[in-house]
Structure formats: structure tokens, C-alpha cells
Design a protein around this ligand. Structure first.
Ligand code: SF4
Ligand code: MG
Length: 330
């Protein structure tokens, strides 16, 4: 059974210039204790998907126009705001690229880890502070007993990210959503933080949804990958087959742009062109004006998602090999 199941999610922003269809019919699920990587360039709808799950869309412009989001047996879209606050305190936590967006500069790190525990798990202050110290130890911050009383600006960038992870995991969430958690960090610290997230996932049995624009980041951390492009899922597969044989031309392009140690190319192959404006998606395949394999039909008709064994791909090239998926996400 899935921990989280999203079906046909559509999220829009009503702007002065029109309706921005940021997430446009997205379906995927996450199994308990597993990590799902969600990959794509910025502007493909990854973060908006995460904010939709938590129902933290900016009001009044953002709205979920269609679809369902289930956490175990609960329909998150049917919950009251009060029930949803409890879900955010107990069941799903989120960490962001920039820790200072979730750490409050005027409270100590310990207070910030302890507060949700007192609020949502009815711990008294003393127990909550003990848990805060324990969590700082777990995430590898030395001298946790002392540092728990420090303010966020007293920590280094990497330590702040660790503190944010401590905060997110303190209430033992079933699902941790991490949106570009290592993008702002240097490469060595990045690897440490990803290792840490892996360890903690196993230790606490949480599932992780890891959002990143860098396909390389998920190779070591995720078991399953969803590739998003222009508000849609264009490919989904287990990690090994995705890296061994990416099917969608967009995924192939993302893979070519990963830095490799074994070759000394000065420049990486970047995918030419830009993600289309979600105010007006092009007709046909949304990737057609950047795709080196595009043919006539691609400019006229949008391909469905084709199922091939345990994976799926949204591209006309697989029409003959794949089975067309039902219209669940269209
Ligand atoms: Fe390229 Fe056509 Fe496939 Fe789109 S449908 S990815 S344009 S080959
Ligand atoms: Mg983003």
C-alpha cells in the first residue's frame, strides 16, 4: 500500500495575466520507507506539487483545481484547516533549500525544535527540550547540549540545514518533503546532508520526497524517480533503469548535463531552450521545441503516458512498445 497517493492533481494560480497551470494533471505515489526523487528544471511544477500536498499554496492566487491527495486512508483535500495543521505537525514535514525560510532568527534552535512537539505531541517543555538535544545529536551537530541554546545565525550553513532536518524529523513524520535541500551548500556538505537524510529515513522509517533539479543528487538516495516537465510527469521509473536507459528525450538531456568525473569535457551538454511559459503551453508535446527527436505529430498532439513494464513515459516514440495509460491524469 502507498503512504501517499496523488491522482490527477491540477494546481493553478489566478494571475492578472491569466491562469498559470503550474501542475497540470500529475499522478504518483510514495511507498512507506522509500525515497521518491522528483526531478526537473525549475518552473516544471515540483515545488508547487509539494506545496499542494501540504496545502500551503499562497492565498488567494493558488488553488487546487482537480485531483486527489491521499495520505494513507485520509483525503488531505477534504480536511479542515485545523486538521491540516495537525497533519503538518505530525505526519508530513518539509525542508527547504534555504534554512532561514523555516528557522526563525529570534528564537533559539532548541525552542524551534521543541515548539511543535509541545503543540502537536503534548510534550512538556522539559521533554521537548530533551528531544531537541537528542535530535541535534542525531543530525551530527557537536556539543548539542550547548548549541541547543544558540540562535540560527550562530550556526554555519551546513549546520543550519542539519538543524532544519532535526526540526523536521523531531515529530517523526511519516513523510519528509525535501525541496532542493542541498542546492545552496557546497559539494562536500551536500554529500554529508544527503547521507544524513538517508540514515534518518532508515532510522525513523519515514518516506522521503526529494525534489531536485539535479538528477545526480537522486542517484544515491532515491529508489524511484518521477521526471516532471511543464507541469506534467513525463517519465517515471526505478532509479537503476532510469539511469541505465532513460526513455524520454528530456530525461536523456538531464542525464547528459550531469557532471562526470570520468570525462574532462569543459562544457556539459545543456538542453537548449527554456521551459515553456505555463500561461500558454505550446500545442502538442510540451517539450517539442527543445527535442532533437521531434517529428510532425509532436507539434500537433500531446502524447499520453505509455506504460512499459514497471515504468512510464510520455512520448510518441513509445507508442508501439507501450500500453496507453487510462485517462487518470488528463
Ligand atoms: Fe520529443 Fe516528440 Fe517525444 Fe515530445 S513526443 S519528447 S517532441 S519525440
Ligand atoms: Mg522549486
Amino acid at each position: 500500500m502507498s503512504l501517499l497517493e496523488i491522482k490527477g492533481l491540477k494546481t493553478c494560480f489566478d494571475t492578472d495575466r491569466g491562469v498559470v497551470r503550474a501542475v497540470d494533471g500529475v499522478s504518483f505515489s510514495i511507498k512507506p520507507g522509500r525515497t521518491l526523487g522528483v526531478v526537473g528544471e525549475s518552473g516544471c511544477g515540483k515545488s508547487v506539487t509539494a506545496l499542494s500536498i501540504l496545502r500551503l499554496l499562497p492565498k488567494p492566487v493558488g488553488r487546487i483545481a482537480a485531483g486527489s491527495i491521499r495520505l494513507r486512508d485520509r483525503d488531505l483535500l477534504a480536511l479542515s484547516e485545523r486538521e491540516m495543521r495537525s497533519v503538518r505537525g505530525n505526519d508530513i514535514s518539509m525542508i527547504f533549500q534555504e534554512p532561514m525560510t523555516s528557522l526563525n532568527p529570534v528564537f533559539t534552535v532548541g525552542d524551534q525544535i521543541a515548539e511543535p512537539l509541545m503543540l502537536h505531541q503534548q510534550m512538556n517543555r522539559r521533554r521537548a527540550m530533551d528531544r531537541a538535544v537528542e535530535m541535534l545529536q542525531v543530525v551530527g551537530i557537536p556539543n548539542a547540549e550547548r548549541r541547543v541554546a544558540e540562535y540560527p545565525h550562530q550556526l554555519s550553513g551546513g549546520q543550519r540545514q542539519r538543524a532544519m532536518i532535526a526540526m523536521a524529523l523531531a515529530c517523526r513524520p511519516a513523510l519528509l518533503i525535501a525541496d532542493e535541500p542541498t542546492t545552496a551548500l557546497d559539494v562536500t556538505v551536500q554529500a554529508q546532508i544527503l547521507d544524513l537524510m538517508n540514515d534518518l529515513k532508515d532510522r525513523f522509517g519515514s518516506s522521503v520526497m526529494l525534489i531536485t533539479h539535479a538528477l545526480g543528487v537522486i542517484a544515491e538516495t532515491a529508489q524511484r524517480v518521477v521526471v516532471m516537465y511543464a507541469g506534467r510527469v513525463v517519465e517515471e521509473a526505478d532509479v537503476e533503469p532510469l539511469f541505465a536507459e532513460p526513455l524520454h528525450p528530456y530525461t536523456q538531456g538531464l542525464l547528459r548535463s550531469i557532471p562526470r568525473l570520468d570525462c574532462d569535457r569543459e562544457r556539459l551538454d545543456v538542453i537548449p531552450g527554456v521551459v515553456p511559459n505555463p500561461l500558454e503551453f505550446p500545442p502538442g508535446c510540451r517539450f517539442h521545441n527543445r527535442c532533437d527527436k521531434a517529428f510532425d505529430r509532436c507539434r500537433r498532439e500531446e502524447p499520453p503516458l505509455y506504460l512499459l513494464g514497471g515504468r512510464s513515459v510520455r512520448c510518441w516514440l513509445y507508442e508501439d512498445d507501450g500500453r496507453k495509460e487510462g485517462s487518470r491524469d488528463d
